[in-house]
Design a protein around this ligand. Structure first.
Ligand code: ATP
Ligand code: MG
Length: 140
C-alpha cells in the first residue's frame, strides 16, 4: 500500500474541551504522522467554501455556523493508506454508530458536533489540503 496524505480537522467542539492533544495522540497511535498543523478560527465564508459540496444538504447552515463558532486545528496526515486509516480511527459520522475506541465514539457529542473531519477520497484529500495549506507548510 502506498504512502498517502489526507486532510484532517479537529473541530470546535473538541478544541473547546482542550482535546487537541488527546485526539492527535489517537491519530499518531494509529500510525498517522502529522506533517502540517495549524490552529485557525475560520470565517463563515471559509466554512461555506470548504463545505461547498454540502450546500444543498439540510444541515449546511448549522454545519457552517458550528465550524465558524471557535478554533479548529487543520492538519495534514501522512502514512500507509492514510485516507482510509484516518476514516477508521475517526469512526462513523454519528457517534452513536461509531465503533468502540474510535475518536467519535470516545469524544464526539452529536452527529453535528462530531469532533473531527477526514477526507473521504484521494481527490478530496488533495483539494482540502490545498484549501488550507501552501506547499511549503507541509513538511513530511
Ligand atoms: P466529515 O466530512 O466531517 O469527515 P463525514 O464524511 O463522516 O464527516 P459528511 O456526510 O461528509 O460526514 O458530513 C459532513 C459533516 O456535516 C459531518 O461531519 C457533520 O459534522 C455534519 N453533518 C452530517 N450530517 C448531519 C446531520 N444530519 N445533522 C447535522 N450535521 C450533520
Ligand atoms: Mg465528509
Amino acid at each position: 500500500m502506498a504512502i498517502e496524505r489526507t486532510f484532517s480537522m479537529i473541530k470546535p467542539d473538541a478544541t473547546r474541551r482542550n482535546l487537541t492533544g488527546a485526539i492527535t495522540a489517537m491519530l499518531e497511535e494509529a500510525g498517522l504522522r502529522v506533517v502540517a498543523s495549524k490552529r485557525v478560527w475560520m470565517s463563515r465564508r471559509e466554512a461555506e467554501g470548504f463545505y461547498a459540496v454540502h450546500k444543498e444538504r439540510p444541515f449546511f447552515d448549522e454545519l457552517c455556523e458550528f465550524m465558524s463558532s471557535g478554533p479548529t486545528v487543520v492538519q495534514v496526515l501522512e502514512g500507509e493508506n492514510a485516507i482510509a486509516k484516518n476514516r477508521e480511527v475517526m469512526g462513523a459520522t454519528n457517534p452513536a454508530d461509531a465503533a468502540d475506541g474510535t475518536i467519535r465514539k470516545v469524544h464526539a457529542r452529536s452527529i453535528g458536533e462530531n469532533s473531527v473531519h477526514g477526507s473521504d477520497a484521494p481527490a478530496t484529500a488533495a483539494q482540502e489540503i490545498k484549501y488550507w495549506f501552501s506547499d511549503i507548510e507541509v513538511v513530511g
